[in-house]
Design a protein around this ligand. Sequence first.
Ligand SMILES: [Mg+2]
Length: 422
Amino acid sequence: MTLHRREFLKSTALLGAAAGACLGGCAAAKAGAPAAAAPRYDTSALGERIRAAGEKTGLAITSVETYTGGANLSFARVTADDGSEGWGQLSPFDADVSATILHRKIAPHVLGRDPADFEAIADRCIEANYKYPWSFVCRALCGVDTALWDLLARRAGKSVCALLGGAPRPIPVYGSSMSRTISPRDEGARMAALRDSAGFRAFKVRVGKVNGHDEDERPGRTEALIPEVRRAVGDGTGLLADGNSCYTPRRAIEVGRLLEAHGGIHFEEPCPYWELEWTAEVAAALAVPIAGGEQDNDLAQWRRMLALHAVDIAQPDVCYVGGLTRALRVAMLAADAGKLCVPHSANLSWVTVFTLHLAGVIPNAGPFVEFTIEDNAWTRNLYRPALAVENGCVAIPEGPGWGVTLDPAWLAAAARRESVRQ
Ligand SMILES: [Mg+2]
């Protein structure tokens, strides 16, 4: 069953009103309107703030340290010659590998530079490592880049969000399930309970199987899950679904229509993410907005993805893409294409902190920031203040810099490594 465009707009308008934002632009762009008619978002004020943040400080970076705890977490501290410092995080997962990359392949391009050279540092680290493109270079770069933004914001006595012209405030979040082993009934029940206890106004479920070649995690799970969760959370709650690269276009369109029939507002990574043409085919066939890009860290690939209209909602991951500087660039490319940006932030390490600040400053932020509903031991009590959901919103931390401080006990137990200016 295909959802009529008018019905789709009605369902998204309801949620948009609830969230103080609107997905209608996506639907309008998809519903036969010429691509050039998609409204562009004005990024001039943000661009000016980024340029202002990049004005030379006259300082020089003297040290880059990493603090690594296990395979999932590594944090970076950048120190300048006047003692100014900033903290950032390398991309989570195999962060110990990324820390090695940082010291060998990133730090030489950072030491001695002005902390305000974040744009040039990001570009130099990518270009100098052109034989090793993207993943681990970007994962390591994120540690330095996010530490530089923390340093610059702290020197200004502001949060990163405020430095970029935003105001720290509560941001609506959607509750993001990471589970494919949970039964449809249990998934619906926990989401309904979270709706009532924490005020979530939208949830994302997992459909199909990761890189599943059209297979489901269990036969029939997706067909049972979508109606069951819709029934459990009620019509006033946003329903999102993530395919994690599962489907061919034919099967993705079937699942997308099932989602549309149940008022879905976001269909994420329906096809293998590198198959841009497949994803574009799905996007053209469906009314529900297609989201994607969490793995993509090549800005040229982002431009292709947007030009093909493969996605309606851009989902850069601040950590995977190489830090805030490059995530801002992706958000602004999406804004220029008239598309929303709902970054990928699938765990409660600092990636969600970074994402809240980002969502607080970009003109094309979607109605919700992703917020995991899983309780991961490796992020528990990791920093203060902890992010908390109240009335379906999480506040952008308002202290200086990123506004969060690592747990001293975690830091004391972490393995320290330092690169210093010679
Ligand atoms: Mg995803």
